[in-house]
Design a protein around this ligand. Sequence first.
Ligand SMILES: N[C@@H](CCC[C@H](N)C(=O)O)C(=O)O
Length: 279
Amino acid sequence: MKLRFTKMQGAGNDFVVIDATRERFAPTPALLQRLTDRRFGVGCDQVLVIEAASTPDVDFDYRIFNADGSEVGQCGNGSRAFALYVAENGLSDKPRLRVRTSTSVIELQRIGDNRVRVDMGAPRWVPEQIPLKLAQAERYRIDIPAFGSVEFGAVSMGNPHAVIVVDDVDGAPVEVLGRALQASPEFPQSVNVGFLQVLGRDAGRLRVYERGAGETLACGTGACAAAVVGRLWGLFDGAVTLKARGGDLRLEWAGGADDSVFMTGPAETVFTGEIEWQK
Ligand SMILES: N[C@@H](CCC[C@H](N)C(=O)O)C(=O)O
């Protein structure tokens, strides 16, 4: 059996995109491993699946699988790739698309030059919504052996994020502390861990240790979460450019609990291909 796919990237966060409006696709663990494995398969941080809309209020359904095969509720960089794929492959010529993930509905707008602006919806910071098993606070603390009491902000953008503010993101213990927080029982669904260095009221640098994928070159929802935590902590104004190792993302958030976070950034098709797949 042959499965056609498209390799895409957004700020260096890379994806295998499956167009399930045209391909028969059953996301078994073995097939997902083949698609995500960088040595024995195609290789990517996430597999994105484009499906026909399940309800009339959206244009498409959007499923997301991490490199470890876990299905998750949101992928910001992937949403920009999604919009580009839909346009480049003639699935829709609408200037704005509404797509549903398993946790939220987002709105995608291509703004030219392979750039996409996404209404990522409102951030959620009530602990049950993240989920986080601590009493609600602006700043949380968890004791991590070898690091002591680690302070972080926590937000859901349809997936869970912890954001730690650091002086120097290059020297931050991204993998070790990222893994430790992910394993913390306070995060019952684990967590994506962002390390934010503030450069000014409208700029910062960000590295994210992603749940199910390890450190990626950029994380769109992580950038949204960092913009929100930075604003709640009085570090950022309403618009900020966050520099990830794979590229820059622009985030806008008016600051209210019902205000959407808007993310703008690049997306690109890298190549298309097909793999032989035995069911
Ligand atoms: N790279 C993504 C986030 C993908 C999902 C995440 N690893 C999770 O498990 O929630 C982004 O750009 O947002």
